[in-house]
Design a protein around this ligand. Structure first.
Ligand SMILES: [Zn+2]
Length: 429
């Protein structure tokens, strides 16, 4: 059985491949063919559910006995559950497989002014979503959040909570997961992971909000095999996430991609990081708001949503303020393009709510002076708040799966490298 890129099944299989791409370098190097095949089968089930074992074999090209062994392990680990018996075309009934709907994660999206807490299942469905208070004191915030998490778990007694994925508006050390830099959160050197783990007795995984959004696009979106992507998240600040050659790039210190804190105007406004004129002081939502306050000092507009609504209604000052932001955004994207040459730039966050009006300004600025060749494609990603939550859940599940893998060796050496070879061939094709 051959697979071309036009193969209707390649989409779902590719999701499995991409997910593996996102593993950290250490994980990738220790990952065996068995683990990769297991991940691919889990991804196939996620995208094809409900699906029979025979179909998994057909879709993956793996032997039925291999599929059975992998599925057995996935059921044992509770990732997958068996459902109804369906009669196939040849008359023999087969058991349909789905991802375990009872396996859920808590997702926490920490913002500078509030938190959003959700219960998300393996398919990315939200079982609940609520706002939680945050305080300038991180310890107090954690106490409050832990209590809300306890109540949420009580409300879903039939679900198995696997852990907590947290999206933070800052940078996280790739190994220790301590907050390295969170100027908009103003929590310095606080061990959020440890505090949440102690409070909930659940595995906690943290990552930067932009990385989490890109992970959501990879897991639940439609990147269709694009392997060089920069995601730019526009909110109070600007975060970026870099996918290069299919790998999330965090750099030596975990701080790669801090384009938001490259100073573009040394005499500009003071930034949360202590420098003047950082890109985010001119291209973030906060920048648009501050421009608008200069234009209309008496306005009662308090947040970016009100400002964008005013712009939609045709308010000249609001249009001017957001247009300036859009132009600065486009300029910064040229800087990113010069540095990384992505195929695709994904924009997420506040300004995308008015993209029809302001997107063309960003696009024109981006395309205005390419060094050579065409500019990267510019697209808006899905809803940022949902993406941060579903991406946090995906991150937890991804690392949780790695954790599971390290404790299971039952499938070692059962002739699984076949699909990996095929994956490798498709990659080089
Ligand atoms: Zn800065």
């Amino acid at each position: 059985m051959t697979h071309s890129s036009r193969d209707p099944h390649s989409h779902s299989r590719a999701h499995g491949i991409r997910r593996i791409d996102l593993s950290s370098a250490q994980l990738a190097s220790s990952e065996s063919a068995r683990d990769i095949n297991r991940d691919i089968i889990l991804e196939l089930i996620r995208f094809r559910q409900p699906v029979a074992r025979a179909n998994l074999s057909r879709l993956s090209g793996l032997r039925p006995s291999t599929i059975s062994a992998i599925v057995e392990q996935l059921i044992e680990e509770k990732w997958v559950s068996e459902g109804a018996l369906i009669k196939g075309s040849r008359g023999r009934p087969s058991t349909m497989l789905s991802v375990n709907a009872d396996m859920v994660t808590l997702a926490l999206d920490l913002r500078p002014d509030r938190g959003i807490l959700a219960v998300v299942d393996l398919s990315g469905r939200f079982l609940s979503r609520e706002t939680v208070m945050t305080y300038s004191d991180p310890a107090r915030t954690v106490l409050h959040i832990v209590e809300r998490m306890r109540l949420l778990r009580e409300q879903h007694p039939d679900k198995s909570f696997e852990g907590i994925g947290v999206s933070v508006p800052g940078r996280v050390h790739p190994v220790t997961q301590r907050l390295l830099l969170a100027p908009n959160l103003k929590w310095h050197d606080f061990d959020l992971k440890d505090a949440l783990e102690k409070g909930t007795k659940l595995q906690v995984e943290l990552d930067n909000d932009a990385n989490v959004c890109l992970l959501s696009e990879l897991w639940f979106g439609h990147l269709e095999g694009v392997r060089n992507v920069v995601l730019v998240a526009i909110a109070e600040g600007i975060g970026t996430s870099i996918l290069t050659g299919g790998q999330l790039h965090s750099g030596f210190s975990g701080l790669a991609g801090e384009f938001g804190h490259i100073s573009v105007d040394p005499s500009g406004q003071l930034c949360g990081c202590g420098q003047r004129g950082c890109w985010e002081t001119v291209a973030s939502s906060r920048a648009a708001l501050s421009t608008f306050r200069e234009i209309e000092p008496k306005s009662s507009v308090r947040n970016i949503y009100q400002l964008l609504r005013l712009a939609e209604e045709g308010n000249v000052g609001a249009i001017e303020a957001v247009s300036r932001q859009a132009k600065e955004l486009g300029r910064g994207l040229r800087m990113i393009t010069a540095a990384l040459s992505p195929e695709l730039i994904l924009i997420t966050g506040d300004i995308t709510a008015a993209w029809e009006r302001f997107g063309p300004i960003v696009q024109a600025e981006l395309e205005s002076s390419m060094l050579a060749g065409p500019a990267p494609r510019l697209q808006i990603a899905g809803d940022a708040e949902l993406a941060r939550l579903s991406g946090s859940a995906a991150m937890l599940m991804q690392r949780h799966a790695s954790y599971h893998r390290s404790t299971h060796t039952t499938l070692k050496g059962r002739g699984l490298p076949k699909l990996v070879e095929k994956v490798a061939n498709e990659r080089s094709a």
